[in-house]
Design a protein around this ligand. Structure first.
Ligand SMILES: Cc1cc2nc3c(=O)[nH]c(=O)nc-3n(C[C@H](O)[C@H](O)[C@H](O)COP(=O)(O)OP(=O)(O)OC[C@H]3O[C@@H](n4cnc5c(N)ncnc54)[C@H](O)[C@@H]3O)c2cc1C
Length: 408
């Protein structure tokens, strides 16, 4: 059977996460990432990279947002606790989010998904005299200038191809590919004709201040201090409808003044650089399937863009959902269903990488099974944990079989 040709437009954190999920879960597809900018030149590379959420997004069920967040957090936490953490630029970080007024929701929807969420004590709040309320937590910082190249490597290992190129119109992809996945971020305004997408300008500074170990975030999202792998990111600005990419010295001044107030020791830091990025602002991300039609050919397109100020925090979760949407598109096209076989292997002789991949695949299958439209046939499912050096690996023998065939 010819391989299904998938093209993912975009090599930011959303595009690469989606491409990795598809390439690893569906080895019968050939997956290409097509983008006019790769790391370190994407908006994702500018992101401060803290994994948190804001207030719930409008028009999207909170459970769905929570799944996006939790899937991303769990995925990144596993990397932060692995030997890959430093190379991937994914690390655990603890700190405070402080509020000038007590918020109506004292515990955000993602509170149970991060580690050790609690309200700050009075003693902790004393160092923030302008703030009345605070939350303490341990989360992950995901530094895209390291994480994106790491994802690129993982994608290539799964057989994916990276291609440099500009797409003027998604329709031009209909003749070379069977499925299009649109992860073009802010550019979706033009590519998907979506005027809801708006630039939200953000300026940040990177400084050298290795003594800082705790993050501090003012809840309004304008001021933050996030210690990272080699530097501290301090910010920021949120300027809606502002498309300027040049550094604004007045913004630099404002950022320094606000951050010095929150963390006076920053006066001794060394300035490393300033960066500007345009967040792909939208009331909420667009994650849905549609159809491209040109010259008698109909090609499914999965849109996955518009993540605003939380694209890193939702990246893996929305990628997994895009994968499900894509699979539904493929089934409609080729009438396949999936057969998943569990295989008994000697646990001592599988590497950590295979084990991690299998865990991801198992999680993915469980998600597919929860979906009413998925046709998944399971074989040899283990009945319980085994004693001794053996373990079960799922999906290593995943096969796709046409619906018309009899699946035994
Ligand atoms: C200052 C700042 C701080 C931030 N801090 C955080 C944070 O702490 N936590 C968090 O979760 N998020 C944060 N964000 C938000 C986050 O950066 C974005 O939500 C995220 O990067 C969006 O990723 P993306 O992959 O959709 O878009 P992008 O990274 O912009 O990638 C878009 C891709 O599409 C490609 N593309 C676009 N148009 C075309 C075309 N026509 N042809 C070919 N390729 C095309 C581009 O080349 C690029 O590869 C921050 C953002 C900014 C600016």
């Amino acid at each position: 059977m010819p391989r299904v040709r998938v093209v993912v437009v975009g090599a930011g954190v959303v595009g690469l996460s989606t491409a990795v999920c598809i390439a690893e879960a569906l080895p019968q597809c050939s997956v290409t990432v097509l983008a006019d900018r790769f790391s370190p030149y994407t908006t994702s590379d500018i992101a401060a990279g803290i994994i948190m959420g804001g207030a719930p997004l409008p028009d999207i069920a909170v459970e769905r947002q929570r799944r996006w967040f939790k899937d991303t957090f769990d995925h990144l936490l596993a990397i932060a606790q692995s030997k890959e953490a430093s190379e991937a630029g994914v690390l655990l970080t603890s700190g405070w989010q402080v509020f000038r007024e007590v918020p109506s929701e004292r515990k955000p929807f993602w509170a149970d998904d991060v580690l050790g969420f609690r309200l700050m004590t009075e003693a902790e709040l004393r160092r923030f005299p302008q703030h009345k309320f605070g939350q303490a937590l341990t989360t992950v910082k995901c530094e895209c200038p390291f994480y994106l190249p790491w994802l690129e490597k993982r994608f290539k290992r799964a057989g994916g191809v990276l291609k440099h190129g500009h797409v003027a119109d998604l329709l031009e992809l209909c003749h070379g590919y069977d499925v299009v996945v649109n992860c073009s971020g802010l550019a979706a305004r033009a590519l998907a004709g979506d005027s809801e997408v708006q630039a939200v300008r953000g300026q940040i500074l990177r400084v050298h201040a290795p003594w800082l170990k705790h993050f501090i975030r003012d809840s309004d999202g304008h001021t933050y201090i996030y210690p990272g792998r080699d530097s501290v990111t301090i910010g920021g600005t949120r300027q809606e409808g502002d498309w300027r990419l040049a550094v604004d010295p007045r913004d630099t001044e404002g950022i320094l003044e606000r951050c010095h107030q929150l963390e006076p020791s920053l006066h001794g830091s060394v300035h490393l650089g300033e960066l500007v990025g345009l967040r792909p602002g939208r009331a909420c991300p667009r994650l849905e399937r549609a159809l491209l039609e040109t010259q008698g050919r109909r090609v499914p397109v999965v849109h996955n863009y518009g993540h605003g100020g939380w694209g890193v925090s939702f990246s893996w979760g929305t990628a997994l959902e895009a994968l499900q949407l894509k699979e539904r598109g493929m089934k409609g096209q080729s009438g396949e269903r999936m057969r998943v076989t569990w295989t008994l292997v000697d646990a001592e002789h599988i590497g950590e990488e295979v084990r991690q991949q299998s865990l991801q695949q198992e999680k993915h299958i469980l998600q597919l099974l929860q979906h009413p439209h998925q046709q998944v046939v399971l074989q040899n499912v283990p009945l319980g944990p085994l004693q001794g050096p053996f373990t079960w690996l799922p999906v290593r023998h995943t096969q796709h079989k046409r619906v018309t065939d009899k699946v035994t």
